[in-house]
Design a protein around this ligand. Structure first.
Ligand code: SF4
Length: 316
């Protein structure tokens, strides 16, 4: 099997709006290897949620390839997509809205087990549910509860258990802890890490929280206005970001290491609209290093070392 087990090539997702073409995902290429914990960071509205929904084919791609386990998801028919989706889980940001308030924990977890034929009868379903609850640090008695009887952290544990019920190979986690208290966030991250080891999972996190991505990922990408501007090993990118946007983004967040100093770079202005995005390098209106070429020519994501690729004319 290829090391690049999930590979996205020049993926685009555009939406037509009354104001023009909204390029939410504007030519993204990335690779995730089995066992990775990949983290995609970017400000809200940069296209990260649209990207994972397009990879999962919850949204139809405008163009590009999504290779998973040797198949191009972008070209699969509905029946094959359903089969493939069993291998790909998704955990949403808000456990409050992702759980059906009229379903008990038992019903919420039994549904995917029965639909995907993991269990065939009530006894086996109950045994599987107890295992899932235990994996998430909950007790068997939680299965008779409704969402309103659970805390925010317990609800998110159920949402994760639901994603894990079908034994996926990769789980996409869309800001999985941002709706929770800080003390609960740490517990959820520990449980996710435990489940990853137990079930040999691959994770694909997306978040605006740089410190979360720093802690949970071994590989990461930085996204700006529908494009990946820097991608590589988390340690390398975090220790010494090269793309001017990465530098400005990381600098705005206090580093847990007080001795670490990043080069000073204050980002100018606001993120432009993805409708009729800037020409050339989409970051040029905000970049202090921009020159004439940046307005004219789009920089390609180029390899800087074995650990990192950057899309910036300064490094091409
Ligand atoms: Fe700045 Fe130019 Fe690099 Fe874009 S390509 S980040 S505008 S220097």
């Amino acid at each position: 099997m290829s090391k690049e087990w999930l590979q996205v090539k020049d993926l685009r997702k555009h939406f037509e709006t009354p104001k023009g073409d909204l390029r939410a995902v504007a030519g993204v290429s990335l690779k995730v290897e089995k066992g990775d914990s990949f983290g995609l960071v970017g400000e809200s509205g940069c296209g990260k949620s649209t990207l994972i929904r397009t990879v999962l084919r919850l949204l139809e791609p405008t163009s590009g390839e999504i290779l998973f386990d040797g198949k191009d998801i972008a070209k699969l028919g509905k029946t094959h997509i359903r089969r493939l989706r069993k291998k790909m889980g998704l955990v949403f940001q808000s456990p409050h809205s992702s759980l059906n308030p009229r379903m008990t924990v038992y019903d919420t977890l039994a549904r995917p087990l029965l639909i995907h034929g993991i269990t065939k009868n009530k006894r086996d379903t109950t045994i599987e549910i107890v295992k899932l609850l235990k994996l998430m640090g909950l007790q068997a008695e939680h299965m008779i509860r409704y969402p309103h009887e659970l805390s925010g952290g317990q609800k998110q544990r159920i949402a994760i258990a639901r994603a894990l019920a079908v034994n996926p190979e990769i789980v996409f986690l869309d800001e999985p802890t941002s709706a929770l208290d800080v003390s609960v966030q740490t517990k959820i991250l520990k449980l996710l890490d435990f489940a990853k080891q137990e079930k040999q999972l691959t994770y694909f996190y997306i978040s605006h929280d740089i410190n979360l991505i720093r802690v949970v990922s071994n590989k990461m990408g930085v996204m700006y206005l529908g494009k990946i501007v820097e991608i590589g090993d988390t340690g390398t990118v975090m220790a010494n970001p090269l793309h001017p946007y990465s530098v400005g983004l990381f600098e705005a967040v206090p580093d847990p290491d007080p001795d670490k100093k990043l080069p000073e770079l204050i980002l100018k202005g606001e993120v432009p609209s993805p409708v009729n995005a800037p020409s050339g390098c989409v970051f040029h209106p905000r970049c202090p290093f921009a020159w004439e070429k940046c307005e004219r020519e789009e920089p390609k994501l180029l390899k800087q070392s074995d650990q990192r690729e950057v899309a910036c004319h300064k490094y091409s």
